[in-house]
Unconditional design. Structure first.
Length: 371
């Protein structure tokens, strides 16, 4: 499917969403939007110390403190999607990208492009094999409660969903004959949306891409119905349809897409992850959303770049690795308790990443990993 077709469909959906948001905003006096990027991550080799903390980007040209209230001094550059009125090198837009292993690709693809404007300070964190349905493996509600006060993002891109593909397939039906997993998963998604849109933040939730394995694909399609329903109902959140961006002309899996007249390899051999080109392709599409909201290109500063920061303890998929996976629940998911944030004054650890860094993704294999 061509890139132009995807962009046309997204433009129509965005226009409709923004018209609705404009009226809701007038009625409710809404502030800024929080962006959650929902996606997926196939399990793979883990690296790093899974409990390290995150910090804001240590850039010499940045002001020592950028903890101004998100809702203060905003301007509606796009109807329904307000953004801070002025972005500068010393007071850049604070962007947090987090989620499963696809967040590693998004963190690099979107993060480096945003950082190169000089007016966006991106921090990203990826946790391989994580999902909302397996809080015992990695507890995202707890992590969000810890990191939002620390990173203080204005825009959040949260990649989540694909590793939960087994939840609807393993769950029985309830007394009324309805899938028992839906109520629990809806509460989990709603809890994340509420947390990430708190304090006037913007949320972009990027949904799972089309998966090559038909069983996994069937599972994520059911999940997306729930995720999209919750996100679309929230005036401060936007669902970013990664499936629509990366599928073929018939809506099924394809490893390549048309981009600027060229056929681009965007998927790796495991049928789940993104290649380096795929990360850039998705990053460009997400950057276009943020640019429409916050006028990033118009405010970009020539020869000024922010640091792209990867949270120490993040994990990613190693080339040629054999994937492992968190256990898939056989009962309806329960909402994980949100832990209180750690002391806001503590100094977290970070790793700065050159803005030319490409994500590491598997390059071989014919059998899709379990996720």
């Amino acid at each position: 499917m061509s890139q132009h077709r995807h962009r046309g469909h997204r433009a129509v959906r965005r226009a409709d969403r923004r018209r609705r948001r404009m009226w809701v905003g007038v009625a409710a006096g809404l502030g800024v939007l929080v962006v959650l990027v929902g996606g997926f991550a196939a399990a793979a080799v883990l690296a790093g110390d899974g409990d390290a903390e995150v910090a804001t980007t240590p850039v010499a040209t940045r002001a020592p403190s950028t903890t101004v209230s998100v809702a203060a001094t905003t301007v509606a550059t796009v109807p329904g999607l307000p953004c801070r009125a002025a972005l500068t090198v010393d007071a850049p837009l604070r962007l947090w990208i987090a989620g499963d292993s696809i967040a590693h690709s998004v963190g690099n693809g979107l993060g480096k492009k945003a950082a190169n404007t000089g007016v966006v300070a991106p921090v990203y964190e990826s946790r391989v094999s994580s999902g909302l349905g397996s809080p015992g493996f990695f507890d995202w509600p707890r992590r969000v409660a810890e990191e939002l006060p620390r990173v203080n993002p204005e825009v959040v891109v949260f990649v989540m969903g694909t590793n939960d593909w087994g939840v609807p397939q393993a769950s029985p039906t309830d007394a009324s004959g309805q899938p028992a997993w839906r109520a629990g998963y809806t509460k989990q998604v709603q809890g994340m949306v509420d947390a990430l849109t708190a304090d006037g933040r913007t949320l972009y939730w990027v949904g799972p891409p089309v998966l090559r394995d038909t069983k996994q694909e069937a599972g994520v399609k059911e999940l997306v119905e729930v995720i999209r329903g919750v996100v679309d109902a929230h005036p401060q959140a936007e669902f970013f349809d990664l499936h629509d961006l990366l599928d073929g002309t018939d809506g099924t899996y394809t490893a390549t897409v048309d981009a600027d007249g060229k056929r681009l390899q965007v998927r790796t051999g495991d049928g789940v992850h993104l290649t380096a080109d795929g990360a850039d392709f998705v990053g460009d599409a997400l950057f276009a959303e943020l640019d429409a909201q916050c006028r990033l290109k118009a405010q970009a500063v020539a020869d000024a770049k922010q640091q792209l920061v990867e949270t120490r303890g993040s994990t990613s998929v190693a080339p040629g690795s054999t994937a492992t996976a968190p256990p898939q629940s056989t009962t309806p998911p329960t909402v994980a308790a949100t832990a209180p944030p750690t002391t806001a004054g503590s100094t977290p650890s970070t790793t700065t990443v050159p803005t030319t860094t490409q994500p590491t993704t598997p390059t071989g294999g014919t059998t899709p990993p379990t996720t």
